[in-house]
Ligand binder design. Structure first.
Ligand code: TMP
Length: 205
């Protein structure tokens, strides 16, 4: 039996991290063996690359290749082995984030991203992607309250609207895989939406 691969996506401050843990608990309660992980990161080396990317200025193509370097380690050493061992993986961001942030947000050619994806990340597509959707204004309100902003979070509304629209387009093009979660309301409402999607997903297995 193979584990399932669930990815969480959305602009910063949309509530992915909180709900990633909540979702894992919900699945464990149903008897499913599950791990939480995230990108960039997920391995010791990946976390070092994460720091490099978030804290240092660099060309967007360099950033894209570093993200894929971290992703390759993560995919080969954590994600793929877990899935092969019937462990479900909940991953906070994956390839959709690169199309949305580097591709649409920063103008990196989709060809470069697709080439890296095709060469490195073979035979895997998330079984389910939860897209946490909030408008930019709400994102800034939420994250400025909780933390010092990193290099990415300092981008402006034009950038984040491109990223958000790109995510929404990915959802339109992949309606079976990507489910939009309206996370502009309170946590209870967001989790109610996640439960609905998860009931359908589990029911379809
Ligand atoms: P996080 O705060 O959700 O952990 O993500 C850190 C930042 O990394 C976030 O601002 C989005 C960015 N990112 C990309 O730009 N491209 C990617 O492919 C991934 C995985 C993350």
């Amino acid at each position: 039996m193979l584990g399932k691969f669930i990815t969480l996506e959305g602009i910063d401050g949309a509530g992915k991290s909180t709900n990633s843990l909540w979702l894992a608990d919900m699945l464990r309660f149903k008897g499913i063996n599950v791990i939480n992980t995230r990108e960039p990161g997920g391995t010791e080396l990946g976390d070092k690359i994460r720091y490099l990317i978030l804290e240092n200025e660099m060309l967007s193509e360099t950033e894209t290749m570093l993200i894929f370097a971290a992703r390759f380690e993560h995919f080969k050493k954590i994600i793929q082995p877990a899935i092969k061992n019937n462990i479900w993986v909940i991953c906070d961001r994956f390839i959709d984030a690169t199309y949305a942030y580097q591709g649409s947000g920063k103008g990196v050619s989709a060809n470069l991203i697709k080439t890296l994806e095709d060469l490195l990340i073979t035979n895997i597509v998330p079984d389910l992607t939860l897209l946490f959707d909030i408008p930019f204004d709400l994102m800034t309100q939420r994250i400025s309250l909780i933390k010092k902003l990193d290099r990415f979070e300092k981008n402006n509304g034009i950038f984040f609207n491109k990223v958000r629209n790109s995510y929404l387009e990915i959802a339109r093009n992949n309606p079976n895989r990507v489910k939009i979660i309206d996370s502009s309301r309170d946590l209870k409402h967001t989790q109610f939406c996640i439960s609905g999607v998860m009931d359908n997903f589990l029911g379809s297995l």
